[in-house]
Design a protein around this ligand. Structure first.
Ligand SMILES: Nc1nc2c(c(=O)[nH]1)N[C@H]1C(S)=C(S)[C@@H](COP(=O)(O)OP(=O)(O)OC[C@H]3O[C@@H](n4cnc5c(=O)[nH]c(N)nc54)[C@H](O)[C@@H]3O)O[C@H]1N2
Ligand SMILES: Nc1nc2c(c(=O)[nH]1)N[C@H]1C(S)=C(S)[C@@H](COP(=O)(O)OP(=O)(O)OC[C@H]3O[C@@H](n4cnc5c(=O)[nH]c(N)nc54)[C@H](O)[C@@H]3O)O[C@H]1N2
Ligand code: SF4
Ligand SMILES: [Mo]
Length: 780
């Protein structure tokens, strides 16, 4: 019997009390007529969100025929959500890319690997000759494997020597990374998913967990419906399924996280609800923080945020009464205004209350993509490998020694280039070669008309590695067919540091190849060498690559040195650090309340949260943190684009439960696509009424940059806010029922037609959650 996760998204409840082990429940889906006893199972984990649920892939006759949650895995205890259960069907979609494509006379035509790679290598040589390394850019993903990223990072940094290396994690969890570095010294989630089993209070800020981390929400629901349930405070402008379960729902005006969080801290301090001993012994920066937040009394904050002072006081009481507090932040913080500043305030609340490094106590600066943690750890997002500090010459020298290259070869003279800056360089013509792997920026980056025009330029040589001919691949000069999850072996790490292995269950279609192999062939083609003239890339297999990565993590926070492919096989995933001292992995960081803030050890010297100005070594040393966490304060300033008479609504965007991002996978899984086949726009019922819009009417939403059109859905969310999922690209996908319409009838539907080119000053994460728009009815 297969499980249903369309109508029953979270599955049946298994209520449990605080501290009790979360019961197991094994979710299975197999093709019609396939019996569990007849299939081979291959170990893996789900790649459709950062929870990283352990799952096995069912194979029959060399073909994927289903999946099953891994009962023994610490992350999900056997459960799977809708995407996990059905999303794998994309692998066997008939429109997978099966051979390289090369643009000839304006058209993409099939080509051999030899032809395509020769072109990529020749173009690289030409750009290196004419523009030098600064002509080269690489934009990768949070969805490949650790081994793919580590290899790409080595090639881009040590081989080519360009600082223009970033990933779509910039759109996703750059703020998580930076907020952790600012407060605790290095990246890495302090807590463990088991904290959700023990906590007595949950504080969710800009995180629609019920739809975006469905299995984690099932874990929370089992607590909410069990004995001694945790109390729940939710901050989200929309009435999400999470907000529906909240004791206090603060439906703030989008873009006002910072004043709210400042106000909550002011109330905690005023109410005597902080842990003064913890603050004195384990933090620095309290006096300034207390001074800054003292300007945020509940009345003022209520007016700025558009909620009541009474609700702010209630939220502060619930958080202040907690004995075991778990807080989470996600895109409602990271993609909104004052992103890093706000995320740091949630860290502060955790620290003020001394709620870290103990069971049931943590802050989760969550990830979204399944392998984003590895993008960061391997440095494929611009960071230096294994949480090394690019501003610290000793760290750079150490990495150079490990890679056997000259220090000067590693670009550390300037901050790593973030993707929006790379797009600007491409627009100006200084970047002439861009390799996009595992991401679809023609739908997911802000201000799409601009991104399309940049990617379309003749003078830019665009290489795209993907499994499908995406909107971005369609603009490429060379398209490389990628083998994806289930078709290649590798490892990845979820949002509580759990490392999983994912086996090759089936062969990739046609000539598709794993990204690792593609990158290795590129390095070989370019003849990249270390300083002794030996090949720069020293591995030939994923496992050898993993072993090389382990060696560079030894002694760093993300220490993988105790892990092997074999250790990851058979049981549960294992949490890093895993080394000689902690051979079975480490459940929680900072249990001794010593943080990674020693100036010589930290990953970043920190920033001014308002301007983004980077601190230097001396500024960091002057803080005197030396193992204490850093309380960072910031005042609120109004957002970039206020509403106006002409554009009176605030547009925000995000996800719904059945689709993943630009739907390249979930749009190809029948159950998921049928559950949400077409786009829509959410309006508050009162706003719709005032505009004469009824449920299902076609509406036109317009910003200063572009417009989209989709049927209206009326909701109970806050007035003045308009929401659209960002899943639907600028053309209707082939498999959409709507695509039978003629080209003229197709409508722009991507949220990013409306969004603006703006980013957080610290994390450089694009601010896609906030734009002023007008709304009007097109037709009933
Ligand atoms: N079903 C599904 N699940 C996914 C994904 C997916 O595409 N589909 N993607 C995965 C990835 S990569 C990510 S990053 C995560 C994202 O997971 P989430 O962050 O939970 O998802 P979003 O819908 O982007 O945004 C969360 C909420 O932010 C709110 N919001 C908007 N503006 C503000 C604001 O100014 N302040 C506050 N407090 N809230 C605001 C929105 O109303 C929305 O409900 O999901 C992961 N899981
Ligand atoms: N307006 C708005 N914009 C947003 C967001 C939002 O909330 N609102 N959210 C942002 C966030 S958090 C994120 S994470 C991004 C996501 O944006 P994208 O990264 O563009 O999202 P995906 O559609 O997941 O694209 C990933 C691509 O990688 C391919 N792929 C999958 N596995 C592999 C592999 O192993 N190898 C290779 N080579 N390719 C592979 C898939 O087929 C797919 O085409 O969007 C961001 N943009
Ligand atoms: S919660 Fe995330 S990792 Fe788990 S099954 Fe769902 S999409 Fe996959
Ligand atoms: Mo994301």
């Amino acid at each position: 019997m297969s499980t249903d996760r369309i109508d029953d998204v979270w599955g049946p409840r298994s209520p449990h009390g605080p501290g009790e082990t979360w019961p197991t429940r094994v979710d299975v889906y197999l093709d019609d007529g396939v019996r569990e006893s007849e299939v081979e199972w291959h170990q893996s984990a789900c790649v459709l969100c950062s929870n990283g649920c352990g799952m096995d892939i069912a194979v029959q006759g060399g073909r994927m025929v289903g999946v099953r949650g891994r009962e023994q895995d610490r992350v999900n205890h056997g459960r799977l959500g809708p995407k996990g259960l059905y999303g794998w069907q994309a692998n066997r979609s008939p429109d997978r890319l099966t051979s390289p494509l090369v643009r000839v006379a304006g058209e993409l035509r099939p080509a051999s690997w030899d032809e395509a790679m020769t072109l990529v290598v020749e173009r690289t040589r030409e750009v290196l000759r004419n523009q030098g390394p600064l002509g080269m850019g690489f934009f990768t993903s949070g969805q490949l494997f650790l081994e793919d990223y580590y290899t790409l990072g080595l090639i881009a940094r040590a081989g080519i020597g360009t600082p223009h290396l970033d990933a779509n994690t910039r759109l996703c969890t750059a703020t998580s990374d930076f907020a952790l570095k600012e407060s605790f010294g290095t990246d890495g989630a302090p807590g463990s998913l088991t904290d959700f089993d023990v906590c007595d209070t949950l504080f969710l800020v800009g995180h629609n967990m019920a739809e975006t981390h469905t299995v984690l929400w099932a874990r929370v629901l089992d607590r909410l419906d069990g004995p001694e349930p945790p109390r729940l405070v939710v901050v989200d402008p929309r009435r999400t399924p999470v907000a529906e379960r909240a004791e206090v729902h603060l439906a703030i005006r989008p873009g006002t996280n910072l004043p709210l969080l400042n106000g909550l801290q002011a109330a905690l301090i005023r109410n005597g609800a902080i842990d003064p001993d913890f603050v004195a012994q384990h933090t620095v920066g309290f006096d300034r923080l207390a001074e800054v937040v003292s300007h945020y009394d509940a009345e003022t904050v209520a007016a700025t945020c558009g909620v009541t002072a009474a609700d702010i006081e209630r939220a502060a009481e619930v958080i202040g009464d907690a004995k075991r507090l778990v807080s989470t932040c996600l895109q409602g913080v990271y993609q909104s205004h004052e992103a890093t500043a706000s995320a740091c305030q949630v860290n502060n609340i955790t620290l003020l209350r001394g709620m870290i490094g103990k069971p049931g106590c943590s802050v989760f600066q969550l990830n979204g993509q399944p392998t984003a943690q590895n993008t960061r750890e391997t440095g494929a997002n611009g960071d230096f490998v294994a949480m090394r500090n690019w501003q610290n010459p000793d760290h750079v020298a150490e990495l150079a020694r490990l890679w056997n290259v000259e220090s000067a070869q590693l670009p550390s003279w300037a901050p790593p280039t973030h993707v929006m800056q790379m797009m600007r360089y491409a627009e100006e013509g200084s970047i002439r070669f861009l390799w996009v792997s595992g991401t679809n920026p023609a739908v997911s980056l802000p201000e799409l008309h601009r991104i399309r025009s940049i990617l379309q330029q003749d003078r830019l040589f665009l290489v795209v590695s993907d499994a499908f001919l995406t909107e971005t691949a369609a603009l490429a000069d060379v398209v490389l067919p990628a083998a994806i999850w289930g078709e290649k072996v590798g490892t990845f790490t979820n949002h509580d540091r759990t490392v999983h292995i994912s086996e090759r269950a089936v062969a990739p279609p046609g000539e598709a190849k794993p990204d690792l192999e593609i990158f290795m062939a590129y390095a070989a083609g370019l003849g990249l060498k270390d300083k002794d003239g030996e090949p720069l890339v020293t591995w030939r297999t994923p496992e050898e690559c993993f072993d090389a990565f382990k060696a560079v993590t030894r002694g760093r926070p993300c220490d993988y040195s105790g892990l092997t492919y074999d250790r990851l096989r058979g049981g549960s995933g294992i949490q890093w650090p895993c080394n000689d001292e902690a051979p079975d992995g480490t459940e929680r960081l900072y249990t001794d309340h010593r943080f990674n803030t020693d100036t010589d050890y930290c990953e970043d010297y920190g920033h001014d949260l308002t301007t983004g100005a980077a601190f230097e070594r001396k500024d960091h040393a002057d803080l005197g943190a030396a193992g204490r966490a850093i309380l960072k304060a910031a005042h609120h300033h109004p957002p970039h684009e206020p509403v106006s008479e002409q554009r009176p609504f605030l547009f925000t965007s995000g996800r719904r439960v059945y689709h993943f991002h630009t739907r390249t996978k979930t749009g190809r899984a029948r159950q998921l696509q049928d559950a949400a086949p077409t786009p829509w726009v959410e309006l508050a019922a009162a706003d719709a009424q005032a505009l004469g819009i009824a449920e299902g009417d076609l509406v036109h939403v317009e910003s200063a940059r572009g417009h989209l059109e989709a049927p209206a859905r009326l909701t109970g969310s806050r007035e003045g806010v308009v929401f659209a999922p960002f899943h639907y690209g600028y053309w209707d996908r082939m498999e959409d029922p709507a695509s039978s319409t003629s080209a003229e009838e197709r409508r722009p539907t991507a949220a990013n037609e409306l969004t603006l080119t703006a980013w957080d000053p610290v994390s450089k994460q694009p601010q896609v959650k906030l734009a002023a728009v007008s709304v009007k009815k097109v037709s009933s």
